[in-house]
Structure formats: C-alpha cells, structure tokens
Design a protein around this ligand. Structure first.
Ligand SMILES: COCc1ccccc1-c1cc(O)c2[nH]cnc(=O)c2c1
Ligand SMILES: [Mg+2]
Length: 214
C-alpha cells in the first residue's frame, strides 16, 4: 500500500539530515516540502518569526498544540535552554509515531514530551499529570476551530500567568476569526499580528502573538 505523506517526509529527513543536527532536519523538511511535496509544517518563513518569539521569551515551559511531523517541535526545542521542557500534543497516533522519529533524529527527545490525545481532554490534566504550573509559551497549530475553546480552557485551568505568550499559526489561512476577535478585543491580552505567508507558498498567512496580562 502507498506510503503516507508523513512517512515520505520522515524518509527525506533520514536520507538528507544528519542525526543530532536539528538545523539539518529543518533544512531537509523545508527542501522536501518546497520542492517535492507540500506539507503543513509552519515552514521556514513563519519559522523564523517563531524562532524570534522563542528566543525573546526564552521559555522554561512550552506547550505545543498540534505536533504533526515535529517540524515546529524541532524548531522550538533546538532553541530551549537546558532543563526547559516542551510538551507537544498530537491527536493522530500514526502522525505522532512519525513525529517521534523526526524529534529523535534531531537528538531532541530529552527536551520534548510528545503526548497523543485530544486537547480538550488533555489540557485539564496537564497540571496533575505533568507537574507543570503555568506555560511561558503556547504554540497553537492544531485545528483552527479549537484555538478559542482551548485558550479559554487554559485560562480556566490556570495554565497561563501574567506574561504567558500565546503564538498562533494560520490565523489568516485557513483562518481563526473567532480566536482573533477574542485575543484582539479582550482586555486580558496584548495582541500583535506578524504578517507572513502560508508555508512554501505566496498565499498570505501570519502568526498572532498574544501576551496574557493576568
Ligand atoms: C489540512 O489542511 C492543510 C491546509 C490546506 C490549505 C491551507 C492551509 C492548510 C493548513 C496549514 C497549516 O499550517 C495548518 N496547521 C495546523 N493545522 C492545520 O490544519 C493546518 C492547515
Ligand atoms: Mg500550521
């Protein structure tokens, strides 16, 4: 039976990237997705904006909603200080299995905890199961319909503190209008749009950075 897109992406990493070298894993995925087969990684252009936010926040605790093949997981984890922790959540077990191998190829498995499950079930359990008090940075990149409910759930579960940063992918394409309306109008957030393009295309997309004010 035909391989899946994530399997082919993993193959490109194993063929072209150097084990233990996160930069080469990022390059291998971007080259494959730009030249061979598009895939929904945050990509190199929005990835540079992600890098700058991670470096600015210098987080000790990160939550990523939506792992996919682990591209942004590697981008984030490679910039984390020692002992910092990234928890990443993926709904699809087959895709999670690929992401684990991509993260391992980059040599970043010690900084990353990949969890399989649905965000609505998982978020209320984080404090108890993972001993996390609050997140310094949350990267929302799962499904646009869940950005707003999951943000409200994180607030309710006390997972955000004054200064926690939410960074959301795809706020223009595919778009998360209800989420944007919320973080831009709520007095509890200071929000800013970073205009960019949908990964590997000329279509407009962007990242929304929203600081929780407590
Ligand atoms: C399955 O749709 C793929 C697609 C098709 C056209 C335009 C955008 C997207 C897209 C791009 C992304 O970065 C994404 N990131 C996270 N979860 C997504 O569903 C997602 C979708
Ligand atoms: Mg995305």
């Amino acid at each position: 039976t035909r391989s899946t897109r994530p399997q082919r992406l993993l193959g490109a990493v194993q063929k072209n990237a150097t084990r233990g070298d996160p930069g080469s894993v990022i390059q291998a995925i971007d080259h494959y997705c730009r030249n061979k087969e598009w895939a929904m990684n945050v990509g190199d252009e929005k990835g540079c904006i992600l890098d700058s936010v991670v470096s600015e926040v210098n987080p000790a605790t990160v939550l990523e909603l939506g792992t996919y093949c682990g591209y942004s997981t590697v981008r984030i984890a490679r910039l984390l200080p020692p002992h910092a922790k990234l928890i990443t959540l993926e709904f699809n077990p087959a895709v999670a299995a690929i992401a684990r191998q991509v993260i391992a190829w980059a040599g970043l498995e010690d900084k990353v905890q990949l969890v399989e499950g649905a965000s609505g079930d998982f978020i209320p359990r984080i404090k108890e199961q993972f001993g996390v008090k609050t997140f310094d940075l949350v990267f929302l990149d799962h499904w646009k319909e869940y950005y707003l409910p999951d943000t409200k759930l994180m607030e309710e579960c006390g997972l955000l503190r004054k200064g926690s940063v939410l960074l959301a992918d795809n706020v223009v394409c595919p778009g998360a209008p209800d989420y944007l309306e919320y973080v831009r109008s709520s007095p509890r957030y200071e929000s800013r749009y970073f205009k960019s393009h949908l990964e590997y295309t000329k279509v407009e997309d962007g990242l929304e950075k929203s600081v929780f004010l407590g």
